[in-house]
Structures are given as structure tokens and as C-alpha cells.
Write a protein that binds this ligand. Sequence first.
Ligand code: ADP
Ligand code: ASP
Ligand code: MG
Length: 427
Amino acid sequence: MCRLAREKWTATRYWEPPGEVMARIVMKFGGTSVADIERLRHVAGRVAKIAGEGNQVAVVLSAMAGTTNQLIEWTREMSSLHDAREYDAVVSTGEQVTIGLLAMALQEKGISARSWQGWQVPIRTDDVHGSARILEIDGADIIQRMEAGEVAVIAGFQGISPKNRIATLGRSGSDTTAVALAAALSADRCDIYTDVDGVYTADPRIVTAARKLDKITYEEMLEMASQGAKVLQTRSVELAMNHRVRVQVLSSFNDTPGTLVVDEDEIVEKAVVSGITYASGEAKVTLLQVSDRPGVAAAVFGPLAEANVNVDMIVQSASPDGTSTDMTFTVSRADLPRVRDILAQHRDAIGFQEVIADGDVVKVSVIGVGMRSHAGVAQRMFAALSEKGINIHAISTSEIKISVLIGAEYTELAVRSLHSAYGLDSA
Ligand code: ADP
Ligand code: ASP
Ligand code: MG
């Protein structure tokens, strides 16, 4: 479920471009785009071009590809139950390297530039270390320097907590830094440069027939991101939607036009289904012979909610004898050990015979705003999966999405078959 962001923003004055071509632009580059010195020089070239056209530019960077994984690995090696504030102190460092290097590369090209770490802006967050939310960005200093012709190079993924500790925003958090900054700076657009040239109808790495979308609605992009399309962090899309930031996803390696994330009324021809996604970090939990009485769902899900465990799909089978039923639900795979502990602690209050957990599952979803006005979309999904002999363990729906839980071994087959079944394959 998506909660809408409740961030508050430091008001920045309304900015009117002084010339016709001039705009204020946030450019974000992901890990593959800044993977080494040569690629950072290439990024500097792209930034120089946009700045050279007279635009005011703020750049948000990720760490070099692989760096954050390595840093996380080290924190695990050092201590399995580590202090989340020290985790953030370590994993935020990758971005500090790339921003300094890019500022140097820009200076080499004769462009005035400086790097900004989260605390220097400042980007203020809450204190949920490891997945902090941005509360406020004070863009005044950056605006003043951009107006004087300086390019701001800002570390993605990091901010500063109320207790003045570095806080990180969760994996892929640089997307969120970029969109939040675009809102705070009243930027004309936020360009997310990555290793694919836009948002596709499915992950182009597993569906070769996937097509690039020229435009996608905020709602669809939000569902795609939250259902596994990692091209944008879910929170960045929530923010873009709430603050009406014009986001564009495009390649940092070529000049082909990217994908614009827009309001629904900007799309003339609405496809019934716009995209297929898969999310592999799921686990299925089944409680066997749960007593069939009022209050049992509250007894199961209450303690899980208290422990901040997000429960997604829920299926309860009919009770053949009126006394007990089986209950299946999904949680994030990372939460599985905690879920087992919580259920064991509350076993007497809930009343069940056994817990069976299966981490070998994947959630596949079909997404499209056109579903609101078309019948038979779910049926087509079930038929396509049944034709391939793929068993469905659980189903959940929203107004613009249908998700099914299936065995992980069928992921690629399911995504490709659904892509064809909804007529999304490129000619
Ligand atoms: P970056 O490092 O630039 O932030 P990411 O790896 O986070 O890049 O996101 C880009 C990746 O997202 C692509 O390489 C692609 O494999 C994946 N992806 C998944 N689903 C989609 C989709 N529907 N459209 C485009 N890319 C997708
Ligand atoms: N470097 C961080 C990560 O790998 C943030 C990002 O790339 O957006 O998750
Ligand atoms: Mg990313």
C-alpha cells in the first residue's frame, strides 16, 4: 500500500525564467552512469551542455555502481546487529566521492561548480535511519549560487536527522533526493538519467520485446515502482505526484527521447494495460488450521502491524467444518525471521497448528489506468497463466492493478506471456 508523502517544504520564491530557453533543471545520474572516472567525465559533458545553454542546473548523483553494496556488506561483516546511525555514516559515503569528482570534472571544463553533502544543503529528514523520509529542504543557498551561474552537485540518498546525524533514504534513494530537490527549488523539470532510455512496458532486461513508453501517468508509475520496476524509487514518484514535478526518465548514454511522467489528462490514447512488473523480495506465510472465530484476523495481523511488518496479500480458505481454516499472507522476505518469531510468541492467542513459510515466490502485476473502464482484464491474466501451467497462490487488486503470487521459477515465463497476452510486444 502506498502512503502519500506528508513532507513540508521551505517555500522558495516563484521563479520565472528570464530568457526563452533558460530553465531551472535538476539532472540525476544513477550508479552505472557514474561508475568510473571516464563516465563521470561523460556526465560532466552532459551537464556542461545543459548549463551552457543558459539553464540553471542542480545535479544529484548516486554512488559508483557497486559501491553501496560493498559498503553495506562491510557493515554486515563488522556487526550483524549494528547501530543504524553508524550504518548510515558508512553507506552514505559513496555519494560523497562522486559529487566531489564531478565538481572537479566540471571545473576542468571551466564551469563554476561545487559539491553539497546532504547536511550542507541542508536536506532535513526524520530519524528512521536506513529508510529516512525527507521532511524539509532549504534551497535558498543553492538558488542564490545557481542564479550566480554555479552548478550545484548534490549527494543523493542522504540527509541530516533532527539529532544532526547523517540519515539515508533507503535503496535507490537518490531518485527521491532529485525529485524533492526539484520541488524545493521550483525546478522546471527533473531529468533522471539512467542505463535504459526510459520506462518500458516491462523490464527490458528480461522482456526483449518490451516497448519504451513516451508518457506514463503518475498513478501508473507509482504502481509500477511499488510493484517492482526499480527504474524509479516509489517515494520519488509519490513526491513527484504530490508536488506536480515534471519527471523525465532518459538514458545517460544516448540522446534518444525518454519517458515523461505526466497527469492522466495529458495522455490521449490510454492503453488498458501499460506495464507488467515483478517483485521478487516476497515471502508467503501459511498458518494451518487457524481457529475460525471472530477476532482471529486481528489476533494475527495486530502484532505484525505493531512490529511495522507490512502485510500485502491475504487469502483465507473456506472452513470445511466450521472450526478451523488455513490463512495465507505475504510479507517482505527480509521480514520473515521476525514474522516467525512474532507468530510463535502469539501462538496461544491466535490458535493455529503450524506455520509454513515459502520464500521462493514472486509477485507479478499488470498495471494500467485503462482497467478502470475495461472488463475482463483479470480474466485475460488468469487465462494466460493457466495456458502456461502456472499456479496462482494469491491474488490482490487495486483500481489500476492486478497482482498474482506465483512460484519464483516461473517469473520470466509469466512476465513474457502476460506481455504478449495484453498486446504489448513490439512489432
Ligand atoms: P540507476 O542506477 O540509474 O538508478 P537502476 O538500476 O536503479 O538505475 O534502474 C534502472 C533499471 O531498472 C534498468 O536497468 C532496468 O533493468 C530496470 N527496470 C525494471 N523495470 C523497468 C521498466 N519497466 N522500464 C525500464 N527499466 C526497468
Ligand atoms: N547509492 C544508493 C543505492 O545504491 C542510492 C541510489 O543509488 O539511488 O541504493
Ligand atoms: Mg536507481
